[in-house]
Write a protein that binds this ligand. Structure first.
Ligand SMILES: Cc1ncc(C[n+]2csc(CCOP(=O)(O)OP(=O)(O)O)c2C)c(N)n1
Length: 339
């Protein structure tokens, strides 16, 4: 079967996925100071301090959903947010600089991977607190509705997040007020070191949404064309003022929970089976079957590599934050006065 989209749109989806993969592979190498599973060699000591939550294997979900979003639309993300951020249009160079802890990063080098935000493209932030993006998304969507804007909010979260209270509160609020929000459950089947199936009562994300009167659509989250098609309809309905919708995209977390986690708790056969459904390889096959030249796909991959190399070089060359910057962007609660 070939891609159901015109070549330019299909290639754009491929490009988004390939850029995410290339960015994360390079970031992983930069964080480990070694050779990655993909054979890239790191140059010297680790440039990225601390582990990274990589979304390798999940790229089809942000690519397929964000293709329908404009800069005026909002997006909230998770701790595993590089893909969402790139797909929403954030600058790769500034993302890499943030990972490197440099002053030119999105948070001036003080936030790192789990705090990247770029309001200029509507990306309201990654979030290290599981499920914490949901109420932020609902608040943003409420503002969009009150201000009678056409824009909508896309809210990404993991399958683990549906077992936290903010999931229920946010879906309830969104439904009660008919808010323009698309909830996207990126179900990679793991919550840190625990398989999410056995710790989730009932039928999961879709069933919980339907119980609150929110229509839910399941989709193969490793098929970028299926995600794109499902998201097209849901985004149109949300934009049309029909209220919230939920997309349940089933995918797989190929890497460990964080980049230093070998995921030894996982059955190797499960990983092997998941690798057979790699979203980029599948899309490539379908694009080739649809008559797109291998050279055109190679060119997309080479461009992504060039972009990543430029991002690495500019992050490396960028200055560190000035020491005084430690005292800016810091909230004072006045607690000192109460003691
Ligand atoms: C409120 C809260 N509880 C626990 C954690 C620790 N933690 C970080 S990621 C994670 C698993 C989240 O699973 P899921 O929502 O499925 O996202 P995934 O990591 O699979 O992308 C946990 C438990 C946290 N960050 N926040």
């Amino acid at each position: 079967m070939h891609s159901p989209l015109p070549p330019a749109a299909a290639l754009a989806l491929y490009r988004t996925m390939v850029r995410i993969r290339a960015f994360e592979n390079a970031a992983e190498v930069a964080s480990q100071g070694g050779v990655s599973a993909y054979g890239q060699q790191a140059a010297g000591a680790a440039k990225v301090r601390g582990p990274l939550h990589l979304s390798t294997g999940q790229e089809a979900v942000p690519a397929g959903v964000c293709a329908h979003l404009a800069a005026a639309d909002y997006l909230t993300s998770t701790h595993r947010g590089h893909g969402h951020t790139l797909a929403k249009g954030a600058d790769m160079g500034r993302m890499m600089a943030e990972l490197f802890g440099k002053a030119t990063g999105f948070n001036g080098g003080k936030g790192g991977s789990m705090h990247i935000a770029d309001f200029s493209v509507g990306m309201l932030g990654a979030n290290g607190v599981v499920a914490a993006g949901l109420p932020i998304a609902v608040g943003a969507a409420h503002a969009q509705k009150l201000q009678q804007r056409e824009a909508i909010t896309a809210c990404f979260f993991g399958d683990g997040a549906i077992n936290r209270g903010p999931f229920l509160e946010s879906l309830n609020w969104a439904k009660v007020y008919g808010l323009p929000v698309l909830f996207v459950c990126e179900d990679n089947r793991w919550s840190a070191t625990t398989a999410s199936g056995p710790m989730t009562a009932g039928e999961g994300a879709s069933a919980r949404a339907v119980a609150l009167g929110i229509p839910a659509t399941p989709v193969d989250g490793n098929d970028v064309f299926a995600v794109h098609e499902a998201a097209a309809r849901l985004v149109a309905e949300v934009r049309d003022g029909q209220g919230p919708r939920l997309l349940h995209a089933v995918t797989y977390r190929v890497k460990g929970h964080v980049s230093v986690d070998p995921a030894a708790y996982r059955d190797p056969a499960e990983l092997a089976a998941a690798l057979e459904t790699d979203p980029i390889a599948r899309a490539r096959e379908r694009l080739l079957a649809g008559g797109i030249d291998a050279a055109a796909l190679d060119a997309v991959e080479n461009e992504a590599q060039d972009e990543v190399q430029a991002a690495l070089a500019s992050a490396d060359a960028a200055p560190w934050p000035a020491p005084e910057a430690a005292y800016t962007d810091v909230q004072t609660t006045g607690a000192g006065q109460w003691r």
